[in-house]
Ligand binder design. Sequence first.
Ligand code: DSN
Length: 455
Amino acid sequence: MTDLDYRPATLTADHGDLLARGSARLRQDDPELYGLLSAEIAYERATLPMVAYASLADPSVLSAAGSALANVTAEGYPGARYHPGAGQFDGVERLAIERAKAAFGAKYANVQPHSCSSANLAILMTLLNPGDTMLSLDLDSGGHLTHGAKASVTGRYYNAVHYGLDEHGFIDYDAAERLAKEYRPKLIIAGASAYPRAIDYVRFRRIADSVAALLLADISHIAGLVATGELASPVDVAHITTCSTYKQLGGPRGGIILLGDDHDVVPPGHKLGLAALVQRGIFPKFQGTPSPAAIAAKARALDLVARPKFAEMTRRIALDARALAAALTERGWRVLTGGTDNHIVLVDTFQQGLTGVVAEAALQECGVLANKNRIANDTKSPMVTSGLRFGTNMLAQRGFDPSGMNECAELVDRILRAVRPLTDVEYELSASVQREVSAQVAALAAAYPIMKYAV
Ligand code: DSN
């Protein structure tokens, strides 16, 4: 045996043994990569991830994502694969589908999309023809690239018309209705990546029905809050619902498509019902082979989503976000819409003279993560911006309660008030403040280093 021989004395078919051997081999044979992966764990524990776009995956989810199913190639669906040898994967995909349906009360689930972007693209390609009109929230108002933004292929292939926000920062439903009547879109999208308020899916459905459009709800950011009833579910209201599995479900990189009461509706110009269209739309129309290991990780994450501890955790996410919004407001920061209904808190930093990019960089220097974000009527470019987007998913998972959010707000406030902007992208932060606050951030992070809500 060589030093690098990792064959065990007895060859078992045990998932845990395989992963343990894999980790040992990685540590011994590739210290450079192993070191980087370990540094990531240390960094995550030492920082305060006040971000909206991610959640912590339970170690058991990571384990499933690293399973031997990564060796399987199997196009098609359970029981109808193009490739042989997919028996175990069939079982895993069926489990993921059933768990997705149960978690969201859906009648149909497709767990194969590699991301929610893939899911959205597949839906658009299935239901629209190039040049068809769709109506969605403007990217600058908190929409998403795949909702017809100019920079995305969706804005290039489809005629995307956008509604925006009213003067208080809430979705302008009246404008959406006017635009729907004027442009007669084939599809309306209700969903956002930077919107702190509950979305009125019933109103959107009425608008869609009034012009015979289909309604797609993209709940990527809020899927956890929807699954546990913290926010109203669009699954039986919209024709189609899409979401990613990593943003708030503690799952792997990936997407899911859900259908509720309208699963068998046949859209105008089609011969098949929505479930059959989506099934074919993902495979073979849009994707080839799915990612079996990622689907195993989705199955595991969705099992956790259905447990009472996850509901308790999503309640904490929402309470923490409200506490964070209040604590920042008290300290003089303008919180858009005056608060939040979900996990997102949007802050106008430029009112205090800081661009989003400067604020993001100064916070990161001290170990606090929050991303620059455009805000309504922003005059700065997407790489500069006038605001920050905070989120409470990961801190809530680590056990931060509303009083912990007050401590986080205090640290954020101290850092941002100590920044002296030089230009839109350059700044100075006094070394003593940076050192002092970084130490406080590290101490607070160390008090809540890992998932408290691990099941
Ligand atoms: N959708 C992006 C965001 O919300 O930042 C990341 O996936």
